[in-house]
Design a protein around this ligand. Structure first.
Ligand code: ZN
Length: 141
């Protein structure tokens, strides 16, 4: 049951991505590449007044990398850069199989990607957008 729910979350973000578009207002852009799969994304963030006011992604990639990017943006828009980094740390813990239930709750829909921790070949797909986001924040701030 749980697996099919998570499958639906991922499918929904692939079929109806909310944040896959260009972003005119973006003041920071960062590219992320996962050559082992061919995932090639560009993350666009509009950071102002100490918050991630808006964000989007463009580019190509497999279903997992695209769903992960869309889910991540859903989570970090409206957050501060520090909060976004905290969520990234939790996401990496989840993928490493080291997350507890309270931390998993904080990740909301990103928890749909928890099973990736058992699929080493797909880890780079799931973490690509998150690593790209951290790089963007490190470069930007
Ligand atoms: Zn991939």
């Amino acid at each position: 049951m749980a697996d099919s729910f998570y499958g639906e979350v991922l499918a929904d973000h692939n079929l109806h991505p909310l944040h896959r578009h260009e972003l005119e207002s973006a003041n920071f852009v960062c590219k992320g590449l996962n050559p082992t799969c061919g995932d090639d994304i560009e993350l666009h963030l509009d950071i102002r007044d100490g918050r991630i006011a808006d964000g989007s992604f463009t580019g190509i990639g497999c279903a997992i990398s695209q769903a992960s990017a869309d889910i991540m943006l859903e989570l970090i828009i409206g957050k501060t850069p520090d909060e976004a980094r905290h969520l990234k740390d939790l996401f990496m813990k989840m993928i490493a199989g080291e997350i507890n239930d309270d931390e998993l709750d904080e990740l909301e829909e990103a928890g749909a990607l928890q099973s990736i921790s058992k699929m080493p070949a797909r880890v780079k797909c799931a973490t690509l957008s998150w690593k790209t986001m951290e790089k963007l924040l490190n470069d930007a701030l």
